[in-house]
Design a protein around this ligand. Structure first.
Ligand code: AMP
Length: 859
């Protein structure tokens, strides 16, 4: 990124210094300053933004200051029903724009959003807006196919504008992000519109030849007014007006022309309006001179000038000197005698039956615009190739080639420097990690623990796990079913994460926010992770895909039909209530009847957003609704309806009678081998290992579904699974998966929670959250299930030691401690499945499909 940026700057400086501005689309292709920073932040605006870190100012192509999330992303919630979001660039003055470039949100591998298609709108005055379309009338531009490649689009025809809007065309619910650049040059002409009579149609030897102004962007009644078009598109016509430089265009396409038959006065009147009063030196008009077909240069041009309301009485009259013998199209220069005006009205007198113009340009005041216009070489297309670097089009002289070579050498050198620096950063990080984890006394103890581990596996005999306690080299053993979400304990570790991440990417941790208690928030720790992950399966990447899925409509349920029964619990958004929902079944309709829910009124769980929630929490609550509304699986908690018209916002989910899986299992005992499966009593507090495996199968099935959507949960644990009738298990709590951008959503009363005991080593150290890290968490969840949540994972390790252990996974010297084999866990499940979920190499971990198949088989 840095290399590209520098290159761009070097190019810009070099080219700007050596090339005079001119409205030749072949050369007028300078980056206008989104990448280079010449366009100020305040001149970049947007209809909306997903978050502060994806505001309009981050929509600069190939540019990443590091303080945003790498692109502009509109807030799709702000425009339900229709996507009219735009990123607007104000160029501060009129520009001739020949090319646009777009890029998605790459964010060093963290992003996965880009605009596959978009439209362009532009305005010269900020008041009236025109939609760009190509010469065939297509308005939609094919955009990006990935987050990193810059896709350049030649604007054919080019536009003259001060304001340009990029409008992603997408499904209303999908998230797109854009970075953009405009290429062109300043529109020194100052011409803001011309007014001409509509062009005529010629029949030439039975062939229809159309001389209309097909790209005119103003009003097109009888006379074309208030717009610019073919006469200012920088493309002048071929000698033979029947042919065009635009492939597939109709005969006469390049020219706007009129027949003298409808002009009894013998002239065509054209009015030109300018941005302000100027001193005009000359006007150049490109005309056809195919006299063999009744087309000739104009015989005389009489131009009137207007600075205020009235046309001045003394016009300038000009007659081309000699009758040209050649039939080539040519520019005719009309001197304008340094007259002052803001409008010019010229009467072009017919030299023959037809008058055909393809381009008009002005020279005024200090403007040297178009002075180098020369005859266009016949047959040479002026259209540039898509995807070429616009800065390479400045000229082809040897000097420029030399400069190009120099820049290439600089680029190579910079690349080498960046690679060396990058390696150094990694080396430092590894050294630091080694120092910390290798030399620390605790590490030695962990090593001892590793050795004890094999013994522990074979010797563990007692049902309550006391065996592990007696072998542990650590004295701290947490009580069974401890409150594993004890932030104060976890938060103390966070600075270590930040420090670790700092080594991965300098400057990142300094951006991490600090909560009221001085600890970084989970959200910011997460940002670190988002920034660090380079895995294409990162959380942002995969979860964004979900939004692109089919839009399942969720309806507003009348709040007055909800009757409070009891409080079920409290989560990060607020309280969860058990309610009776009157007429819910009718509301849902037949096809959406919930399983076993024939009773009326239906019991539902209502999750409410607490009243003091800030805007971020509110947005995230709505985002969770959006995520959940698209999930439909027997093992995923189902969102039934919402109440979002009035506060408090509520999401209504199916009621899971037996609460969360952690508490549920905690209250059960493992069935002893003496009783067969058949003995199991309904309502008994005993549960067999087969039944436990059945629960694990259900969790695996839900995760299999999520992984089929490329959705990373990030907080899979028994506490986030709910238990319904007949021991149905459903995955819930998609809270963490929402945290796509920086924000304070995950601050829980100013504190943060990181589920380190469920997190893979790479999630903790590198901030990578992928399907494979979900698989890791599944391994821990499976372990929880098979131990009936009687103890916290690694209960004999303090939080510090869990993190030390993570370091051992990272160093991979065989000193890492694994969770021990639960008493009721068959060997093949432990060795082939559970341990494989904790493989160091994420790619070697099984997929949820494989896990599900393996568990189903082993039951
Ligand atoms: P949450 O805000 O999702 O973390 O939920 C907080 C608590 O509310 C959970 O731990 C459950 O005990 C309870 N709860 C949430 N959703 C449901 C539900 N659909 N059915 C029953 N209990 C629920």
């Amino acid at each position: 990124m840095a290399v590209k940026l520098n290159l761009c700057c070097v190019f810009f400086i070099l080219t700007a210094a050596t090339v005079k501005p001119q409205v030749n689309p072949e050369t007028c292709r300078y980056p206008l300053g989104m990448t280079g920073g010449q366009i100020q932040d305040e001149d970049i605006s947007a209809s909306s933004q997903w978050s502060e870190s994806t505001a309009a100012r981050f929509g600069r192509l190939d540019f990443d200051t590091g303080d945003g999330d790498g692109a502009w992303c509109p807030d799709i919630m702000s425009e339900p029903g229709g996507f009219k979001e735009y990123l607007q660039v104000d160029l501060r003055s009129l520009h001739f724009i020949t090319l646009v470039g777009t890029q998605g949100r790459h964010a060093d591998g963290m992003g996965n959003e880009f605009a596959q298609r978009y439209r362009i709108k532009y305005s010269r005055d900020g008041g009236s807006w025109m939609g760009w379309h190509d010469r065939m009338g297509n308005q939609v531009v094919e955009g990006n196919k990935n987050t990193y490649d810059v896709v350049l689009k030649d604007l054919e025809p080019p536009i003259v504008a001060r304001f340009v809007r990029f409008m992603p065309v997408t499904d209303p619910s999908s998230i797109v992000c854009m970075r953009v650049e405009l290429y062109g040059c300043e529109w020194l002409d100052g011409l803001v519109s011309y007014s001409i009579p509509d062009g005529h149609q010629m029949i030439y030897r039975g062939l229809d030849v159309f001389f209309n102004d097909s790209v005119y962007d103003g009003a097109t009644a009888q006379r074309l007014t208030k717009g610019l078009g073919q006469l200012t598109d920088g493309a002048w016509g071929l000698d033979d007006f029947l042919h065009s430089h635009v492939p597939g265009a109709w005969p006469g396409y390049d020219y706007v022309g009129w027949s003298n038959k409808t002009f009894p006065k013998g002239y065509v009147e054209v009015v030109f309006d300018f941005d302000h009063i100027r001193n005009f030196t000359s006007m150049k008009v490109h005309c056809s001179n195919m006299f063999s077909r009744g087309v000739r240069l104009f015989r005389q041009a009489t131009c009137f000038f207007r600075s205020e309301s009235e046309w001045e009485p003394d016009p300038m009259t000009f007659r081309p000197s000699a009758e040209p013998l050649s039939q080539s199209g040519r520019f005719v220069t009309v001197p304008l005698g340094d007259r002052t005006a803001s409008s010019i009205k010229c009467r072009f007198h017919f030299g023959d039956q037809w008058l055909l113009f393809s381009e008009v340009a002005f020279q005024s005041g200090s403007a040297v615009y178009n002075t180098s216009l020369g005859p266009h070489k016949q047959g040479q297309p002026k259209k540039s190739l898509l995807g070429e670097d616009p800065t390479h089009k400045v000229d082809d002289s040897n000097t420029k080639i030399l400069i190009g070579c120099l820049v290439a050498i600089i680029a190579i050198l910079l690349t080498v420097i960046v690679i060396i620096l990058w390696r150094q950063v990694w080396q430092k990080m590894l050294e630091k990690a080694s120092r910390r984890w290798l030399d620390d006394e605790l590490t030695a103890r962990l090593a001892a623990q590793t050795q004890a581990f094999s013994f522990l596996r074979s010797s563990q005999s007692s049902e309550d796990g006391s065996g592990s306690g007696s072998i542990s080299t650590y004295e701290r053993i947490y009580p069974a079913c401890a409150d594993y979400q004890e932030p104060s304990r976890l938060i103390r570790k966070l600075p270590e994460f930040a420090e670790c991440a700092e080594h991965l990417k300098s400057g990142t941790s300094s951006r991490a926010g600090v909560g009221s208690d001085g600890a970084p928030h989970y959200a910011e720790a997460d940002i670190i992770s988002l920034q660090e992950s380079s895995d294409s399966g990162s959380i942002t990447a995969v979860n964004m895909n979900l939004f692109a899925g089919s839009d399942l409509t969720l309806r507003e349920f009348p709040k007055e039909k909800l009757t409070f029964k009891e409080k079920l619990g409290e989560g990060q958004f607020g309280e969860v209530h058990l309610c009776e929902a009157e007429d819910m079944q009718d509301f849902l309709g037949e096809d959406t009847l919930t399983e076993g829910s024939s009773e009326s009124p239906l019991l539902v769980a209502v999750k409410m957003l607490r009243e003091d929630a800030n805007n971020n929490a509110r947005n995230d609550f709505l985002k969770e609704i959006r995520i959940m509304s698209r999930l439909r699986d027997p093992n995923i908690v189902r969102l039934l309806a919402v109440c979002v018209d009035t506060d408090p916002l509520c999401m209504i989910t199916e009621y899971m009678e037996n609460g969360d899986l952690n508490q549920f299992l905690c209250s059960l005992r493992l069935k002893t081998l003496t009783g067969g499966e058949a003995d199991q009593q309904e309502g008994s507090d005993e549960v067999s290992s087969v039944k436990l495996l059945g629960m694990a199968v259900q969790v695996a099935s839900g995760m299999k579904y999520l992984s089929s959507l490329n959705f990373v949960h990030r907080d899979l644990a028994t506490r986030n699974c709910l238990v319904g009738k007949n021991d149905t298990i459903k995955i819930a709590d998609f809270g963490m998966s929402r945290n796509l951008y920086r924000g304070d959503y995950f601050r829980i009363q100013g504190r943060a929670v990181l589920p380190i005991r469920w997190m893979s080593w790479e999630s903790i150290l590198l901030g990578k959250f992928t399907m494979a890290s979900d698989v890791w968490a599944f391994g821990v969840t499976l372990w929880e299930i098979l131990t009936l949540c009687k103890e916290q994972p690694y209960s004999h390790l303090s939080d510090e030691q869990v993190i030390e252990n993570t370091g051992e996974f990272f160093r991979n010297q065989g000193k890492q401690v694994y969770l021990p084999q639960p008493q009721c866990c068959p060997d093949r499940i432990y060795v082939d499945l559970m341990l494989s979920c904790w493989r160091r190499n994420a790619k070697e971990r099984p997929s949820f499909q494989e896990i599900h198949a393996q568990l189903t088989e082993s039951r």
